[in-house]
Write a protein that binds this ligand. Structure first.
Ligand code: NAD
Ligand code: MG
Length: 400
């Protein structure tokens, strides 16, 4: 029987990089948390293994055929686990009464509907799936407010900003004495690569991040700095501000995870080893603190911290993201959809690395944005942008 004194946690995207780090932290605190549901797209073997270790009540596979295979495997070894399939299953476990916390760690637009379901159900939402917030901004923040959900950022920068922010920041920076956010960025694997070589970099080079080990999509986003662009948008929604108040700072060591500057000139920073278990443990335990398994930061090994301004010629995706946020409405959803298609096409070697921003810019120019008041409108413009991006990719397809 489940112990009602334990905090129930659903992990959306359990088999991914963030999902696995979350289960590592939860596994260290079995006296405090219990896993209620685990979900994955199609990785049956890994989800099965996780189910046997963490014994959730539910396991969901987005892919129906994969759900069949998982159900068959679990019938023999853990028949008490209910297996669900598809988007309906993901939404159901995001809103279960016994799930107090929901880790939103699905990658990309696929995570929007279940993450929004968790917000609408008033959960503590641990938000790793930045694309969901980029797509649905106002709608998502309104859902959080209306349902009294607690939204805590897992993205290391936003978790750092949250830790450095004063109470009451949601009322606006001026009221709490904050001047701006300093959002740090490593610059990724191509920070110093000669510009003329960028056209021929490979997916293997792009996913080899110098400091962080992450899923493939976010790794490519880090190389193009679209990740930082999405994070500027994410910061604007989470901290109720505008891109003008968010300064991106290149900081190749990834030791400072971001900073908050106050009107008196104070700058508060959060530092640590680049290990996502720190923000995960922070958001799980908040407002308390607990062990994450992350080792002490060795300041003597770090020795020095460097900072510089980002070069928008090298990183046009950063400019495109800020422009989309300023344009408002579904522009950010269009940007995000075009980026997802462009990144996947680059990973499949259909387009060059340097075609990624070209595809996105062309899609933004040809797709009409609307007000982002409803999920239906957001998903419609996401679909239109994906179709436009497919056409733009075909025009540039190097496999012709
Ligand atoms: P990942 O690719 O390692 O894992 C993605 C997870 O989502 C997997 O469990 C996969 O099964 C699931 N998934 C993929 N497509 C799906 C679909 N169509 N339907 C349902 N489930 C699906 O990705 P990740 O690196 O863990 O990143 C997850 C999210 O966290 C992303 O939004 C990323 O931007 C964000 N994030 C990651 C890191 C990091 O260090 N990895 C840091 C900050 C933010
Ligand atoms: Mg980040």
């Amino acid at each position: 029987m489940a112990d009602a004194a334990l905090i129930g946690v659903t992990v959306l995207g359990a088999t991914g990089s963030i999902g696995r780090s979350t289960l590592d932290v939860l596994g260290r605190h079995r006296d405090r948390y219990r896993v209620v549901a685990l979900t994955a797209n199609s990785q049956v073997d890994r989800l099965c293994e996780q189910c046997l270790e963490h014994r959730p009540d539910y396991a969901v596979m987005a892919d129906a055929a994969a759900a069949e295979r998982l159900a068959e495997r679990l019938r023999a070894e853990a028949p008490e686990i209910t297996v669900l399939a598809g988007m309906a299953g993901l939404e159901q476990v995001a809103a279960l009464p016994e799930a107090d916390y929901v880790m939103a760690a699905i990658v990309g637009a696929a995570g929007l509907t279940p993450t929004l379901a968790a917000a609408r159900a008033g959960k503590r939402v641990l938000l790793a799936n930045k694309e969901a917030l980029v797509m649905s901004g106002r709608l998502f923040m309104d859902a959080v407010q209306q349902s009294n959900a607690v939204l805590l950022p897992i993205d290391s920068e936003h978790n750092a900003i949250f830790q450095c922010m004063p109470a009451g920041f949601a009322d606006g920076f001026a009221r709490v004495g904050v001047r701006r956010i300093l959002l740090t960025a490593s610059g990724g694997p191509f920070r110093t690569t000669p510009l003329e070589q960028l056209a021929t970099v490979t997916p293997e080079q792009a996913v080899a991040h110098p400091n962080w080990s992450m899923g493939r999509k976010i790794s490519v986003d880090s190389a193009t700095m679209m990740n930082k662009g999405l994070e500027v948008i994410e910061a604007c929604w989470l901290f109720n501000t505008t891109p003008a108040q968010v300064q991106v700072v290149l900081h190749p060591q990834s030791v400072i995870h971001s900073m908050v500057e106050y009107v008196d000139g104070s700058v508060l920073a959060q530092l640590g080893n680049p290990d996502m278990r720190t923000p995960i443990a922070h958001a799980l335990a908040w407002p308390e603190r607990m062990d994450s398994g992350v080792s002490s930061l060795d300041m003597f090994a770090v020795a020095r911290l460097d900072f510089s301004a980002p070069d928008l010629n090298r990183f046009p995706c950063l400019r495109l993201a800020v422009e989309a946020m300023e344009a408002g409405g579904t522009s950010s959803a269009i940007l995000n959809a075009a980026n997802e298609v462009a990144v996947e096409s680059f990973l499949q070697r259909r387009i060059a690395y340097t075609a990624i921003p070209q595809v996105i810019e062309a899609v933004l120019a040809e797709t009409t944005a609307h007000g982002a008041e409803s999920l239906e409108q957001i998903l419609a413009d996401d679909a239109a942008a994906r179709a436009a991006a497919e056409r733009q990719v075909t025009l540039r397809d190097t496999k012709h």
